[in-house]
Each structure stands twice: as C-alpha cells, then as structure tokens.
Design a protein around this ligand. Structure first.
Ligand SMILES: *[C@@H]1O[C@H](CO)[C@@H](O)[C@H](O)[C@H]1NC(C)=O
Ligand SMILES: *[C@@H]1O[C@H](CO)[C@@H](O)[C@H](O)[C@H]1NC(C)=O
Ligand SMILES: *[C@@H]1O[C@H](CO)[C@@H](O)[C@H](O)[C@H]1NC(C)=O
Ligand SMILES: *[C@@H]1O[C@H](CO)[C@@H](O)[C@H](O)[C@H]1NC(C)=O
Length: 476
C-alpha cells in the first residue's frame, strides 16, 4: 500500500517534469507506472533527475517543492509594481513557515510556451462548451443568496441536463459601478481576484510576473468603504469616484457593502465563490485571500496545478486536519465563528445527510482544504460546486472549510480536484497576518473552550456515527 503510493507519487512527480517529455519520445515511455513499482528505482530516479536538474540550472531556487524553468527571456522580469508609502506599514508580519521539502514537487514550464498554451485554451470556446450548460436563477430576494431552505439547496446537488436554473447568489444586485461591471465582463481569459472588507487586510502586489501577464491577466481587488478610507488615508487612491482606482497590478472595485451582508467575511465569500459569475466570460481564475502575496506568475500556476493535472480546481490541503469535524472543533475552539450552537446544527445537518469522515476510499487526500488560494477552470463541475458551496455559506456562516467535503462528496458531476501539498502552497504564496484591528479576528486563547460543546452528548446527535468512524480510523 505504502509502496504503491510511493510509486504513484513518483509517476506524478515525473509527469510534472514537463521538460522531460520535451526531451523526446523516449521520455514518454518512462511514465509507464510498471517501471516504478520499485521504491528504490523510484528514489534513484528522483535523485538522478534532481541532481541533473540542479546541475543544469544554477539559477534555481534552493527550495525542494517548486521548480521553475528560468531560461525564457520573458520571465520573470517585472520590477516592483507599486511602492507602498512607508506609513502603510507593509510586509511586517509574514507568518513564518517551517517546511521546505515535499513528496510531490511542482514543476513550472517555460513561461513563453505556457503563455501561448493558455491563450489558445482560452480562445477555444469548445473546450469550455459545457460552461453554458449551467443556467442561473434570477430573482429578487431579501438576501443576496436567496436564503434557501435545506431541502431547496439540496435539490440542486445533482446536475441534470434539463436546463434547470440553479440558485447562485445575485438574488440582489451586486452593488458596484457600471464601469467596473463592464470591465469585469470584458475579462475573457484568466482573472486573479482578491478582496478586503472592513479593512481586515493590507493590499499586496503579486511578484514574479512574466512580461506579458499584466496585459493578459485581469487583477481585481474588491474593497468596501472602510478599506477605501484606509487606502485613501495613505494617499493610495483618490476619492473622486469618477476615475478608475488602481494600485499596482490591482484594479480596485468599490463595493457598497451596506447593500450586501452585515458580516464582512460573508461579503468576502461573494467574490471568492462566485468569481465565475462576477467574471462571466473568464475561463480560468485564481482566488487569493488578501492575507496572501502571490510570488509565482498566475499563468504558471494555472498551467501546472490545473491544466497539466487535467483538473477542474486546485487548492492546498490543510496543514494538519483531514476530517471536517476537526476543522469544526477548531472553529469553535478559536472562536472563528461565534455561534457554537449554529456550528453544531450545521455539522449535524451534514452528518445526518451523508457526510462521512475522511477515509482512504475517497478520491481526495483530505476533507479539509486551505482555501486561501483557489485555482479554477470555469467548467460546469467547478461552477456548480462554487454555487452550491456559496449557498451553504449563506445558510450557515462564511467558514468555507465546513461545507467543503459535504458539497464535494455529494454533488454530481464529480469535481476533479487537485489538493496539492501545503509545502507547495507555502512556496507559491507568502502568508501575512491579518490587520490586528478590524473586526472578526480570533480572540486567542482567552476564548471560552467551546469545542467540548460541539462534541458533547452524542446521544441522538447526528454526528455520533461520524465521530465513531473518525476515531476508529485514527486509532488504526
Ligand atoms: C479545442 O478544444 C477541443 C475540446 O477540448 C479540442 O478537441 C480541439 O482540438 C481544440 N482546438 C484547438 C484549436 O485547440
Ligand atoms: C431566511 O428565511 C427565514 C424563514 O424561512 C427567516 O426566518 C430568516 O430571517 C431569513 N433570513 C434572512 C437572512 O433573510
Ligand atoms: C465608494 O462607494 C461609496 C458608496 O458605497 C461612496 O460613498 C464612495 O465615495 C466610493 N468611494 C470611492 C473612492 O469611489
Ligand atoms: C448532556 O446531556 C445531559 C442530559 O441529556 C445534560 O444534563 C448535560 O448537561 C449535557 N451536557 C452537555 C455538556 O451538554
């Protein structure tokens, strides 16, 4: 079992080495898994290729998780995109990372060829033909997502080819200016989006961009008035609302959040999960939480983590958790969501309706993602998943890791998902701490021990079976 997994990882690793196949047909035969049943051979090959690779490319970073091909004159060349005023107090609080090695390194192909390939993919509308098969419900409701009952939400999990309109937010107008809306609709290739509501984070510029990326990829940052006030205070945007707001790579979109949800985090999950609707003509997207700074070109990321992997979506695994319940307990324990009783009802709803703890029969390595970075191909499956997940967030709370496995495991068609290693995540993006002031941050160890409430009194609780299986699994 262990050995098979190793063999698979080895093949995966080798498949990532795009340059290998460029070396000729001979290399193609190497991807036959039979060759790698031997662990020893596998490691020798990894060692051989790594050494060769390192010897040939002295400009490589010293990390072991991502490998880039730096021979292209087009990449990476961008200087600093924007100089933040010193008063903005930038980049002081990166969260330290401890990891440096991983099982499945990611290889980035040559920037020039990636650019051409993605451009072609985006231009080929037949490759995304299925996208139009999803039709969205129109309407006018009290809340942005329509406040649907459980039965109603559930009834959309199985996609049928009968033109059924599915609920997917936008039951109210998304309150932005027409010029922003038009420019978002024009974005018909790759979009990178982020958001800061209630001044919770600082804006950061992407790094490592190739020379054509800024012209080809759209960068959009959604902010509310509270955030704009800070940006204006530091003279980073003007307040005359006539002009397009830009900070470095980002086009800043002023969202009149008072017409949306009261909870700033809930407003943040609108662009995070409904990005395919805000940019209806885009083909690929990258969501970047504002606490992150991208340090690898978005086209390279889409290419290596989505296109080459032939998946709908890619996201990182949670560094520690594999079971949804572990995340739910942590959410209660650290007061990431204040209403523990509501968390309990949420988890019981999922347990009673089919959520299982993670087990090795699931076609995914974990039930808990780190969702700070989400890479999507805007395929039918991804769009459906995003809509269904958003509906759960509106129904319960904006903690998007909680409904993740429930929606993923239950929906149809199935989502092809690349849940890459946290070590890769840490090397494609730098994580900073949230602004200390600004609402909704965790209260730290002083918060009341709430996790016991969540697990207590299994009697009749819908998650009893889940917990028994989860503990059974972990004692193996
Ligand atoms: C466009 O996409 C379709 C479906 O993926 C594929 O069969 C076709 O070869 C592509 N055409 C071009 C010009 O890339
Ligand atoms: C959602 O609908 C229920 C009734 O079905 C109502 O009690 C609740 O206030 C509504 N919530 C919102 C946010 O509209
Ligand atoms: C942003 O929108 C608000 C309305 O929600 C408006 O009052 C404000 O002037 C706008 N700010 C800028 C900088 O355009
Ligand atoms: C567990 O249930 C019993 C009776 O059903 C109740 O008295 C007790 O307070 C409950 N404990 C917790 C932690 O909810």
């Amino acid at each position: 079992m262990m050995m098979e997994r190793r063999a698979c990882e080895c093949v995966f690793w080798l498949q990532n080495l795009g340059w290998l196949s460029q070396m000729g047909k001979a290399a193609a035969t190497l991807s036959n898994p039979l060759l790698f049943q031997s662990k020893l051979l596998c490691f020798s090959l990894i060692y051989l290729f790594s050494s060769l690779f390192l010897a040939l490319h002295s400009t490589l970073p010293t990390t072991k998780c991502i490998f880039s091909f730096r021979s292209s004159p087009l990449h990476p060349v961008q200087g600093p995109l924007y100089s933040y005023p010193p008063s903005y107090g930038e980049h002081k609080h990166a969260v330290p990372t401890t990891r440096s090695s991983c099982n499945s390194p990611v290889y980035f192909s040559d920037y020039g060829s990636v650019f051409e390939e993605i451009k072609q993919l985006c231009a080929n509308s037949t490759a995304f033909g299925a996208q139009s098969a999803l039709r969205y419900m129109q309407g006018s409701a009290e809340s942005f997502g329509g406040n649907l009952s459980f039965q109603k939400r559930e009834s959309y999990f199985y996609h049928r080819e009968d033109g059924t309109e599915i609920p997917c937010g936008f039951m109210r107008r998304f309150p932005i200016s027409d010029s922003d809306r038009i420019s978002m609709e024009k974005c018909d290739g790759v979009v990178v989006a982020s958001a800061i509501f209630n001044d919770h984070d600082k804006g950061r510029q992407p790094r490592g961009l190739g020379s054509k990326t800024l012209d080809y990829v759209c960068f959009f940052m959604f902010v509310d008035d509270a955030t704009l006030k800070t940006l204006h205070f530091h003279n980073m945007v003007s307040t005359t609302s006539e002009e397009v707001l830009k900070i470095g790579a980002w086009r800043i979109v002023n969202v009149s959040a008072e017409y949306l949800y009261k909870n700033a985090a809930m407003n943040g999950v609108i662009p995070k999960y409904l990005i395919h609707r805000l940019f209806p003509n885009s083909k690929y997207s990258i969501w970047v939480d504002a606490k992150l700074q991208l340090v690898v070109d978005p086209l390279l990321l889409i290419h290596s983590l989505v296109v080459k992997e032939k998946v709908d979506m890619a996201m990182s695994r949670h560094p520690y958790f594999v079971h949804t319940m572990e995340e739910a307990v942590a959410t209660a324990r650290w007061k990431k969501w204040w209403d523990v009783n509501a968390l309990k009802i949420q988890m019981e709803t999922y347990c009673e309706n089919g959520l299982q703890p993670w087990n090795s029969n699931k076609p995914y390595p974990t039930d808990v993602p780190d969702s700070a970075l989400i890479l999507r191909k805007h395929s039918l499956a991804t769009n459906l998943f995003s809509c269904l997940l958003f509906n759960e967030l509106e129904a319960f709370n904006p903690r998007d890791q909680l409904p993740f496995a429930y929606v993923r495991d239950k929906m149809s068609p199935k989502l092809n998902l690349n849940m890459f290693e946290v070590e890769v995540f840490e090397q494609v993006a730098i994580e900073y701490r949230h602004n200390l002031k600004g609402g909704g941050s965790s209260l730290g160890p002083k918060a009341k021990m709430a996790s016991s409430d969540l697990l207590a009194n299994g009697t009749g609780g819908g998650c009893e079976g889940y917990l028994l299986k989860m503990w059974g699994e972990s004692h193996d």
